[in-house]
Design a protein around this ligand. Structure first.
Ligand code: NAD
Length: 476
């Protein structure tokens, strides 16, 4: 049986903890119990991490593709070997059902394997020039990366923050979420155990605003990679701009789902309800605003609520649990505020709308319909287990509603009309679109948004390109 590990930072390959460092209490969201104490970085720790990252960059940018691929493939093997332990740790500190944590381990392993192959495809090009001269275009690693990631995918987010930079030849200082540190440390440890030179990647923790300000003020850091809310993303983008650092910003969403009246409603519900409540809705690509054509609206919302009621909620470590607690006490508070506000504005609550149990941070799978468009929940990312279902008449109105918000991360559409599918693909403002599908990601597929959902990509060749700078060399 896996127990929750002792916590530390990893700086220059060394486990750093103790001394007079402040600590942060880690809480199991299913029980409310404190399960660990996380040491927080001092300024001296951050200076050490910066110095190591600078050395690490010089070492790693000169590494062979074979060495990088061997590290990434080796780490993928170790992740698979350690799948059960890592999944249990992730569930203990984040709450999601064990089956979801196990999938997350495999996602990271798959991403590392993909980038192990991509390392060999960082091609440049040679331009056509007169004899005796030569012009080439090459790609080089951007430099040390500061990577800040949130708690909703405690393994997957750190995997994304490490995989592409390491493939590109960068060094990394990762500050993953203080609330889920052991998962992030577990992913980094797999890379170190697979032979990543110790100075190449560091894991620090601290007061987020203090750590990010300090690291982004340093000229050593050449790129910021952030996943989190739009409001923090805008703040960090301004700090990065001071030193013209490259940025990749994976920010919030408010996923629209367009459901047309030619579909098999039960089939759509069978897929979408599970997808809505995955990770208790704490997913940036979660389907949120269900934009349903009038003729099927009643059947859709009734069927949605019936399925939502049947979801088995409990401690993610227990067998058969389909939805765990929310990850921290801020989330049920936010649900109460947003769902309460929607009800006060005239929305109908079909199920849920309440906390569950007397320990931990559980909130019931919830369904609202006929929500006024000016209710806060129709404009702010709810990031929780609530489906918002509204009726619409024409395709024009449905597409206008999908594009109403400044977000554009993931969108979904259900229709059998091929012309409509193509219209949606052309007109809906989004970084990722699922047509009759919720499988919108993959190691080889760019993940990222438009508008306030951010810019740049992770995963796919695009994720690697985001860690490279272009250099044109002309020889006379
Ligand atoms: P938050 O926005 O403050 O934190 C989100 C993440 O960003 C956390 O991991 C946090 O440690 C980090 N962070 C916050 N301030 C930072 C700073 N100044 N520098 C560096 N990192 C910083 O708040 P929260 O309560 O954790 O989440 C609130 C909202 O954030 C959610 O409702 C959701 O909309 C959004 N969110 C989005 C994602 C995503 O994957 N896009 C993930 C988590 C949260």
């Amino acid at each position: 049986m896996t127990s929750y590990p002792a916590l530390h930072m990893i700086i220059d390959g060394e486990a750093v903890s103790g001394g007079d460092r402040n600590t942060f209490a880690i809480v199991n969201p299913a029980t409310g119990e404190t399960i660990g104490a996380l040491p927080l970085a001092t300024t001296a720790d951050l200076d050490r991490a910066l110095e190591a990252a600078q050395r690490g960059f010089v070492r790693w940018r000169n590494s062979s593709p074979q060495e990088r691929a061997a590290v990434l493939n080796g780490a993928a093997r170790l992740l698979i070997e350690r799948q059960d332990m890592l999944a249990r740790i992730a569930t203990m500190e984040q709450g999601k059902p064990l089956a979801e944590s196990r999938i997350e381990v495999m996602m990271v392993a798959g991403l590392f394997q993909f980038y192990a192959g991509e390392v060999f495809r960082i091609y440049g090009r040679t331009l056509v020039r007169p004899a005796g001269t030569r012009s080439t275009v090459t790609y080089q690693p951007v430099g040390p990366v500061a990577a800040f990631s949130p708690w909703n995918f405690p393994l997957g987010n750190p995997g994304r923050k490490l995989g592409a930079p390491i493939a590109a030849g960068c060094s990394v200082i990762m500050k993953s979420a203080e609330e889920t540190p052991a998962s992030a440390l577990g992913v980094l440890q797999c890379l170190l155990d697979a032979g990543l030179p110790k100075e190449v990647a560091q894991a620090v923790f601290g007061v987020p605003d203090e750590v990010s300000r300090y690291l982004l003020a340093s000229p050593i850091i050449r790129k910021l990679s952030f996943t989190g809310s739009t409001v923090i993303g805008k703040h960090l983008a301004k700090l990065a701009a001071e030193d013209m650092k490259r940025t990749t910003m994976e920010l919030g969403g408010h996923g629209p789902v367009l459901v047309f009246d030619d579909v098999d409603v039960d089939r759509v519900l069978d897929v979408m309800v599970g997808h809505k409540y995955r990770n208790a809705g704490q997913v940036c690509v979660s389907p949120t605003r269900f934009i349903v054509q009038e003729d099927i609206f009643d059947k859709f919302r009734t069927g949605f609520a019936e399925r939502a009621k049947a979801i088995k909620v409990g401690n993610g470590l227990d067998d058969g649990i389909q939805m765990g607690p929310m990850a921290n006490p801020r989330r049920p508070d936010a649900m109460e505020r947003l769902i309460g506000g929607a009800k006060a504005a005239g929305a109908t609550l079909h199920t849920g709308g309440e906390r569950l149990g007397n320990q931990g941070f559980f909130y019931a799978p919830s369904v609202l319909s006929e929500i006024p468009l000016d209710a806060e929940i129709m404009n702010e990312e709810p990031f929780g287990p609530v489906a918002l279902i509204n009726p619409f008449g024409s395709a024009d109105d449905m597409i206008a509603e999908a594009n109403r918000l400044p977000y554009g991360l993931a969108a979904y559409s259900w229709t059998n009309d091929v012309k409509m599918q193509r219209r949606i693909a052309r007109e809906v403002e989004t970084g990722m679109l699922g047509i009759n599908s919720v499988a919108i990601g993959g190691a080889d597929s760019p993940f990222g948004g438009v508008k306030w959902s951010g810019h740049g990509h992770e995963d796919g060749p695009e994720g690697l390109q985001a860690c490279l700078v272009t250099k044109a060399v002309h020889e006379g």
